[in-house]
Design a protein around this ligand. Structure first.
Ligand SMILES: [Zn+2]
Length: 564
């Protein structure tokens, strides 16, 4: 009998969520798989037979190690305030919950600060021992490689130093059960040699699969490299990018089409940088941001005395972009009078400053952009047809983010790196669950919205930690929707079942909201949502109308009494 008692595992069970509708299983923010042991065993057998037991052992140990390290991250967030042993027990308890093995502590000594660790555990029902025995019969040496990897990875991450476990007995070698002992790597006599099983195998790099990955990589980098500003390899994005590239060397007027936030200005800048005009100025004007009566002087300049207040002559954006590129964003918002002058500038390469009779030659490449339907604007008389035909020579449609979700991973990684630098943080990335929430989002604000969401995530995530779903989208509902939890006896519970409620309760307790205040808030929110209809609100809250109005009045009365 063990003298150690595990803390109740409800905090860990709560992390397991089944979202059967979209085929996802979660352990906190990590995506998990419910797999047949038989299938894992077939993979294991195939590995042993194809690369040999030594390499197979390394691969499997390393696999377990990764999984242990992931679970150690949970220990930090789940039981941060408990004593070190209870906090450490997250590992063995998760190893059991995940179905690998039953773990009973025999003795354990932990001192995280001084790095001392000494532990012995009994393993029963090891899946690896059971299936290895079925496949190969009794073995001369212990075979629970993935599990040993898990225990070592978990403990090393937990302790912040390399702690290695060894099986001193294994059920596959004739013992009743497996037994494991863990110590810091330096304390093992053969530590250095043994540690190699826990490191990624350099020989694996020579396997055919690695050669394959190399080929795939060369393929994707073929063609012109995309500058870091324009990230994406999805077909629709590449199409837009290549169209832009072909236009870069010419002087054709390019019209960039696409929803707000897709990165039209970024495209225009890259177009400029790739053109022979790259050393001349790039000038950007947002036509929607300038008042109508000022837009002509902004674009074409003004001569002194042209109107009251024109105290000095001033060059417009056209002149400032001389030799370079002028980016006209939201060209659909330009007033008709300015449109006529723009047409002349495009056709003749000539402009006149306001209040000036002199015509000036300009050499400017115009890139226009719009998120409105210009053809429709022409029909409605808001846009000159001749200008429409002049700017609609070379349209490039930049796809919205939701149509190129294949690029999401690449975009997210580069944004995390960018905001890490900007905010002096070392966030590891977005968790599986966080990424899934990004993937499920509709992105009306496109890449610009993604930038804002990732920046908030980087700021909110802990140092060295992961950006979790709730750092990205602050709604609890979105995270908990359509998932079922698992009860103590292992029963799967429905979406609105206890597990969800437990999670909600936990959040409320953590926020320290007093019961009365919570009740008040709930009642008031419900009455508000029902447009002040007390009867309907009462029905929703499962109470009678008089009871609800009594409770609402009672607290209002108390508030008044407290005020006076
Ligand atoms: Zn074993």
């Amino acid at each position: 009998m063990s003298t150690f008692k595990y803390p109740h595992n409800s905090d860990l069970r709560r992390l397991v969520r089944f979202s059967a509708d979209d085929g996802l299983i979660w352990l906190a923010e990590n995506r998990m798989l419910l797999m047949h042991c038989a299938a894992m065993s077939a993979l294991r057998t195939q590995l042993i037979k194809s690369v040999g037991p030594e390499s197979a052992r390394r691969i499997l140990t390393r696999m377990g190690y990764e999984s242990g390290m992931r679970d150690a991250e949970l220990a930090r967030t789940i039981r941060p305030d408990q004593n070190p042993i209870e906090s450490f027990f997250v590992g063995p308890q998760l190893h059991m919950l995940e179905g690998s093995v039953q773990v009973t502590p025999v003795h354990i000594h932990i001192d995280v600060r001084s790095g001392e660790f000494d532990g012995e555990f009994l393993w029963e029902h090891s899946w690896e021992a059971e299936f290895h025995l079925r496949e190969f019969g009794q073995a001369a040496d212990p075979v629970c490689w993935m599990q040993i990897g898990y225990a070592s990875g978990y403990t090393s991450a937990f302790m912040g130093r390399m702690v290695l476990f060894k099986e001193t007995e294994c059920a596959c070698c004739g013992a009743n059960n497996c037994r494991i002992v863990g110590k810091p790597v330096e304390e093992w006599e053969d530590g250095e040699q043994y540690a190699r099983y826990f490191e990624p195998d350099s020989r694996i790099a020579h396997l055919p699969a690695a050669a394959w990955a190399g080929v795939a990589q060369t393929d994707s980098t073929q063609g012109a490299p995309t500058p870091t500003d324009l990230i994406g390899s999805s077909a629709s994005f590449r199409r837009a990018y290549e169209l832009m590239l072909r236009a870069a060397g010419t002087t054709v007027t390019v019209l960039l089409l696409g929803e707000t936030g897709v990165g039209k200005e970024r495209f225009a800048r890259v177009l400029h940088q790739m053109s022979p005009r790259k050393d001349a100025p790039f000038v950007a004007v947002n036509c929607a941001a300038i008042p109508h009566d000022l837009i002509e002087s902004e674009l074409f300049g003004v001569e002194k005395g042209a109107f009251t207040g024109a105290h000095a002559s001033r060059a417009g954006k056209f002149e400032r972009a001389e030799g370079g590129t002028l980016f006209l964003d939201e060209i659909g918002e330009m007033p008709l009078a300015a449109q006529a002058k723009l047409l002349r500038a495009l056709q003749e390469g000539e402009i006149e400053r306001l209040g000036d009779e002199r015509t000036r030659k300009v050499n400017v490449r115009v890139v226009a952009a719009t998120n409105v339907d210009l053809a429709q604007a022409v029909k409605e008389g808001r846009f000159r047809p001749d200008l429409y035909y002049r700017v609609h020579v070379y349209p490039i449609h930049i796809p919205p983010l939701r149509e190129r979700l294949a690029d999401l991973r690449q975009l997210v990684d580069s944004l995390v790196a960018k905001f890490n630098r900007q905010h002096g943080k070392h966030v590891q990335g977005v968790s599986d669950k966080g990424f899934q929430s990004l993937h499920a989002h509709h992105w009306p604000g496109n890449v610009r919205e993604l930038e804002n969401v990732i920046e908030r995530g980087v700021v909110l995530a802990p140092q060295q930690g992961w950006i979790e779903a709730h750092h990205l989208f602050l709604s609890l509902e979105a995270v908990l929707a359509r998932e079922s939890g698992i009860s103590a006896c292992g029963k799967l519970e429905e979406g609105c079942g206890d597990a969800v409620r437990e999670q909600l309760v936990e959040q409320i307790l953590r926020a320290g909201i007093p019961l009365e205040a919570l009740e008040q808030q709930l009642m008031k929110a419900c009455v508000d949502q029902e447009g002040g209809n007390i009867a309907r609100a009462a029905r929703r809250l499962g109470m009678s109308r008089p009871k609800l109005s009594y409770r609402l009045q009672r607290t209002e009365g108390e508030a008044e009494a407290a005020d006076s």
